[in-house]
Design a protein around this ligand. Structure first.
Ligand SMILES: Nc1nc2c(ncn2[C@@H]2O[C@H](COP(=O)(O)OP(=O)(O)O)[C@@H](O)[C@H]2O)c(=O)[nH]1
Ligand SMILES: [Mg+2]
Length: 224
């Protein structure tokens, strides 16, 4: 059931069950960004890396997020309600053909989105498992580090690599980014490989947010 090479993992139940993920809204400007009490998980990555497919895999739906083989030009933040959390699909970067003004607009949207740090519980940054991270991936990672945003690198399209190569690439990419391998999850939206690892990460993020919320409520009570 779970496309995982560990035979014991096949029996493991999913760490989180996602029943009914729905589209909330698209935001083109800062004013349209939504406020929610649920932990928000942002998904970012270059155009065509497999962002929409990744979201659909998590949602167990084929067409929740639109996929396309032509790199998109959307500069919208798309919000999805995943029950226990909200997923924010950020505009893809690294589309070479866009004009400089478009790139500036994209950077502004992203800056505005990450400005309110408390609304972001975690960021999944998607990188193609077959290649080294691009200059723009590195910039994005620097940006996340600078803002001290917790993130996980999700390697996409792992079905295009042998099991052996997945391990090798994961190790090399982690080393290249000075990250521990635990900060990377290899996935395939085609086969569902790695899906349960992602769900486990999300479950951990939700649990941590709840803990934080409870302790901040206690702080308020103490102050009263
Ligand atoms: N083989 C394979 N192809 C994928 C996978 N994920 C996405 N793709 C393909 O890559 C292309 C871009 O995917 P999409 O999800 O639209 O990327 P986005 O632009 O990042 O949202 C599409 O042709 C997808 O079918 C995957 O896990 N494996
Ligand atoms: Mg997309």
């Amino acid at each position: 059931m779970y496309a995982n090479d560990d035979k014991y993992a096949q029996a493991a139940p999913p760490a989180l069950i996602i029943k009914n993920a729905t589209f909330i809204t698209s935001a083109a400007t800062e004013k349209q960004f939504i406020e929610t009490d649920k932990p928000t998980i942002a998904v970012c990555g270059k155009s065509n890396v497999g962002k929409s497919s990744f979201i659909n895999m998590l949602a167990n739906r084929k067409k929740l997020a639109k996929t396309s083989s032509a790199p998109g030009r959307t500069r919208l933040v798309n919000y999805f309600d995943f029950g226990e959390f909200v997923l924010a699909d950020l505009p893809g970067y690294g589309f070479a053909k866009v004009a400089k003004t478009e790139k500036e607009k994209w950077a502004k949207t992203l800056d505005a989105f990450f400005k309110k740090k408390e609304r972001i519980a975690h960021v999944f940054i998607l990188v193609d498992s077959r290649h080294d991270p691009t200059a723009e991936d590195l910039q994005m990672l620097e940006f996340l580090n600078y803002h001290i945003l917790p993130f996980t690198v999700v390697l996409t399209k792992a079905d295009k690599l042998s099991k052996m190569k997945i391990k090798e690439h994961k190790k090399a990419i982690a080393a290249g980014l000075s990250l521990g391998e635990g900060n990377l999850i290899a996935t395939s939206s085609e086969t569902g490989f790695g899906k349960n690892d992602v769900l486990q990460k999300i479950a951990d993020v939700i649990a941590l947010s709840k803990e934080r919320e409870e302790s901040s409520e206690e702080d308020i009570e103490d102050a009263e």
